[in-house]
Write a protein that binds this ligand. Structure first.
Ligand code: ATP
Length: 364
């Protein structure tokens, strides 16, 4: 059963359209990430679902209940939507201990002292902060404060948890740690998580579904690996993955087998596994992930010159020039390629994507 459903949601600020006709189903207990560059409408979308922003048009349903409908004039306030929030500036109450911070929402709901104690202790243990129960926020590190904020949000057991860049104030190491914590918490609670980030790695590693947005439009809504392997268009292809995907302009020279003309000297011939709808003369963009370009000493799909070799220990990123087209390849391990050397490139057939140059859409 879907937990949240958005139908034709549009938000205008004056004449500016921040979110345009968004349709989306968020399944019960899923972890959905709203991902995209700054200003694409992620936060506005989250705030509309949470009830903090009024859509200009559309219908929002949470737990089978219409919480917003522009047609019927329904707009249920945030505190009646059975949702919790965790924002970037998660401001804890400075004059309350950790225990009190977490207990506060439950006291408001008039829970008994014993029930509050049981619940708070459970949360303290879940977030591994039991030893800090008696401390004040100012006596905690950023990461510990973040855990308290999460415990406080989870206390009342909201069915949906909204998080807007909750890890962006943490340093890289803590962020990594908190990512796995969030994933664990998602498994341990029966809440649906809706998460905003502009960090593609965060979205890829955390979510069960990624909603990738640009200029207020949904570009793709799919599981992270699908976004990675079958990006809907050149924008989504480029947005996920590091190093970035190689996007190479070309022309369809022949339809069966497909022959792509990439440069005056490089032609790529392949027999697609599935039907790819391309026509002779069509301008296309070939999308090749860096890990699918193998650099060899042998004759292969193309020849290239090594421009630089960047070993990071675990992997080596190799910048290449193929007839003046810049490509990146990534290989596992610490391999030193001589700069200026001529090498063979072998492209992972069957794993690349073809996009129509004009529309940017994936055609196979
Ligand atoms: P970021 O990652 O920078 O937070 P975002 O994707 O969350 O970006 P939103 O905050 O949803 O983007 O904003 C979407 C667009 O709507 C932006 O262009 C923003 O300037 C505009 N916008 C947001 N709130 C308002 C407002 N109250 N009045 C006018 N324009 C607004």
């Amino acid at each position: 059963m879907p937990r949240i459903e958005l139908k034709h949601i549009t938000k205008k600020f004056g004449k500016f359209v921040a979110v345009d006709d968004l349709n989306m189903v968020i399944e019960d207990r899923s972890f959905v990430t709203l991902l995209g560059p700054s200003g694409c409408g992620k936060t506005t979308t989250l705030r509309m679902i949470a009830g903090l922003e009024t859509p200009t048009e559309g219908i929002i349903t949470i737990n089978d209940k219409v919480v917003f409908s522009s047609e019927d004039g329904i707009d249920v306030p945030p505190d009646k939507r059975d949702v919790g929030f965790l924002f970037q500036n998660y401001a804890l109450w400075p004059h309350m201990t950790v225990y009190k911070n977490i207990a506060f929402g439950l006291e408001n709901l008039k829970w008994s002292k014993e029930a509050i104690k049981t619940r708070v202790e459970e949360l303290l243990a879940m977030l591994k902060i039991s030893e800090f129960a008696g401390r004040y926020p100012s006596e905690l590190s950023g990461g510990q404060q973040q855990r308290v904020a999460i415990a406080r949000t989870l206390a009342t057991g909201p069915k949906v948890l909204f998080m807007d860049e909750p890890l962006s104030n943490l340093d890289a190491k803590l962020r990594m740690e908190m990512r796995s914590e969030l994933k664990r918490l998602h498994r341990e609670t029966d809440s649906t998580f809706v998460y905003v980030t502009h960090d593609q790695l965060e979205a890829m590693t955390l979510s069960s579904m990624v909603c990738l947005m640009k200029n207020g439009y949904m570009q793709q809504y799919a599981p992270p690996l699908e976004v990675y392997r079958k990006p809907a268009n050149t924008f989504t292809a480029d947005f996920v993955g590091s190093p970035n995907i190689n996007l190479v302009d070309g022309l369809v020279d022949q339809e069966k087998p497909i022959v792509l003309k990439l440069t005056n000297t490089v032609r790529l011939v392949f027999q697609p596994k599935t039907n790819i709808a391309v026509r002779q003369g069509q301008a296309i963009v070939l999308g090749l992930r860096p890990e699918h370009i193998a650099v060899t000493q042998m004759k292969a799909d193309a020849e290239a010159e090594v421009l630089s070799s960047l070993p990071s220990g675990m992997e080596t990123i190799i910048a290449l020039s193929m007839d003046d087209i810049r490509l990146h390849s990534v290989v596992f391990g610490d391999i030193d390629f001589e700069v200026g050397k001529s090498v063979g490139l072998s492209f992972g057939h069957g794993v690349f994507n073809l996009f129509d140059k004009e529309s940017g859409k994936n055609v196979g």
